[in-house]
Design a protein around this ligand. Structure first.
Ligand SMILES: [Ca+2]
Ligand SMILES: [Ca+2]
Ligand SMILES: [Ca+2]
Ligand SMILES: [Ca+2]
Length: 369
C-alpha cells in the first residue's frame, strides 16, 4: 500500500468550468437565458452526482476486475459538445474535454533542468535531481501543466503549482512504482498516481480526498492511461506487448475492454488523433516508422509513415499559426540532432523545431504562463 500522504494545496477551477461560466454569462443576456441557466445548473448537479456515484462503484468493484478475454465492446461515438452563445446567437460549439495545447519541452536528467520552448522564446527551470521520474500534470487544475517529479527512493512527489508558484509535496508510492499522474476522479485536477507493476494496482491519491486502488495490468505491461471513453476522467490502461493489445478500465462503467492493434514490439502511442475527446488506440513501429491509429470517432484504422527508427515518439496536440485544431499531431523527436518533427494535423505539413540535446527526455505539455 502507498504511504501516508501530506497535502498542501489550494483548489482552483479548471478551464472547462471557465468556459461554462462564459457561456452562462452570455446566456444571461438572452431572452430566456434564465431557462438555459437552470438547465445548465440541473445538468451540472446531475453530472456531479453521477460522477460521485461512479467513484464509489469503481472503488468497491475494481479490485476484482482483471483483464480477461472479453471481446471489446466499443460504444458508438457521441462526442459531447458545449454550446457558447452571444446573446441569443450561437457563436460556437466547443469540445468540453479538448486538451490544452502542448509546447515543445525537454527535461535534462543530468541537471534536473526543464527547458521549455514557447515559440518566441524559452525558459529554463531547475526542478528535480538525478534519479527522479518526470511527473508533470495539471495538479492545480488551471489548465496549465505543473512541474512535477516523483522520487522513487523516497516515494515523494515534488510539484510547483502554476497558479501561485507554491510547492506541493506528497509521500505517495514506493520504489519500483511508475508515476502516472492524471485526473482520475474527474474534478479537473490531476491526481498523484503510481502504477505498481508487482501487483498491477493503480494507487490514486484523489484530489477530491482519499485514495482508490484500481487493479489493471500485470508486471510486464506498459501503463498507458488516458481518457479513452471521453468523460473527462483518465482511465487506467495498459499495453500488453506479448499480445499487442490495449486493456482499458473504463471510468464511465467500470468495464474492462481490450483492443488489439499492431504487433508485438510496437510502441503504444495513444492520443486523441481525431479530436473527439477520446484517446485513440495507436501504435508506432520503429522498424518501418509506420503509425497505426484506430480512430474512436468512426472505428477506422488509419496508417501513416513518420519519423526515423531512432526517433522518440512525442505525439501531442501542438498548436501554431498553421494548425490549431483539436486533433493530436503525429510527432517524433530525434535525439541525434534535437529536432522535433511534427506532422500538422490540419494540413499534413511538417513543422520542425530544434530543441533539446541527446540524453534529454521530451516532455511536451501546456507550459505557457
Ligand atoms: Ca496547473
Ligand atoms: Ca482529480
Ligand atoms: Ca474516462
Ligand atoms: Ca479520438
Amino acid at each position: 500500500m502507498p504511504n501516508d500522504s501530506r497535502k498542501q494545496r489550494s483548489r482552483h477551477n479548471n478551464g472547462n468550468v471557465s468556459i461554462g461560466r462564459k457561456s452562462e454569462r452570455n446566456a444571461r443576456n438572452a431572452i430566456g437565458g434564465l431557462i438555459l441557466l437552470g438547465i445548465l445548473v440541473v445538468g451540472t448537479i446531475t453530472i456531479t452526482a453521477i460522477a460521485n456515484w461512479r467513484s464509489l462503484v469503481i472503488s468497491q468493484s475494481a479490485s476484482v476486475l482483471m483483464p480477461s478475454p472479453t471481446p471489446p465492446s466499443m460504444p458508438a461515438n457521441a462526442p459531447a459538445k458545449e454550446f457558447v452563445y452571444a446573446g441569443s446567437s450561437l457563436i460556437s460549439t466547443v469540445e468540453p474535454f479538448r486538451r490544452p495545447p502542448s509546447d515543445v519541452a525537454v527535461f535534462r536528467p543530468t541537471t534536473g533542468d526543464w527547458w521549455i520552448s514557447t515559440l518566441q522564446s524559452y525558459t529554463v527551470v531547475n526542478w528535480g535531481i538525478a534519479g527522479d521520474l518526470v511527473a508533470p500534470a495539471d495538479f492545480d487544475g488551471d489548465g496549465k501543466t505543473d512541474l512535477g517529479v516523483y522520487r522513487p527512493s523516497s516515494g515523494v512527489w515534488y510539484i510547483i503549482r502554476s497558479t501561485d508558484g507554491g510547492v506541493d509535496q506528497h509521500t505517495w508510492g514506493n520504489s519500483g512504482d511508475k508515476a502516472v499522474p492524471a485526473d482520475f476522479d474527474g474534478d479537473g485536477l490531476s491526481d498523484p498516481t503510481v502504477w505498481r507493476p508487482s501487483d498491477g494496482v493503480w494507487y490514486v491519491l484523489k484530489s477530491t480526498g482519499g485514495y482508490i486502488g484500481l487493479q489493471l495490468g500485470t508486471s510486464t505491461d506498459i501503463p498507458v492511461n488516458a481518457d479513452y471513453d471521453g468523460d473527462g476522467k483518465s482511465d487506467p490502461a495498459v499495453w500488453r506487448d506479448s499480445t499487442a493489445t490495449f486493456w482499458v478500465l473504463q471510468s464511465t462503467n467500470s468495464q474492462v475492454v481490450s483492443y488489439s492493434i499492431g504487433q508485438t514490439g510496437d510502441e503504444p502511442v495513444p492520443e486523441d488523433y481525431d479530436g473527439d475527446g477520446k484517446a485513440d488506440f495507436a501504435t508506432r513501429r520503429a522498424s518501418d516508422n509506420s503509425w497505426r491509429i484506430r480512430q474512436s470517432s468512426d472505428g477506422n484504422i488509419v496508417t501513416y509513415t513518420w519519423g526515423q527508427s531512432s526517433d522518440v515518439a512525442v505525439p501531442a496536440r501542438y498548436v501554431d499559426s498553421l494548425d490549431g485544431d483539436a486533433r493530436a499531431d503525429i510527432a517524433t523527436w530525434r535525439p541525434s540532432n534535437g529536432v522535433w518533427y511534427i506532422r500538422r494535423s490540419g494540413d499534413g505539413s511538417t513543422r520542425t523545431t530544434q530543441f533539446g540535446v541527446d540524453g534529454d527526455i521530451p516532455v511536451p505539455s501546456n507550459w505557457r504562463r
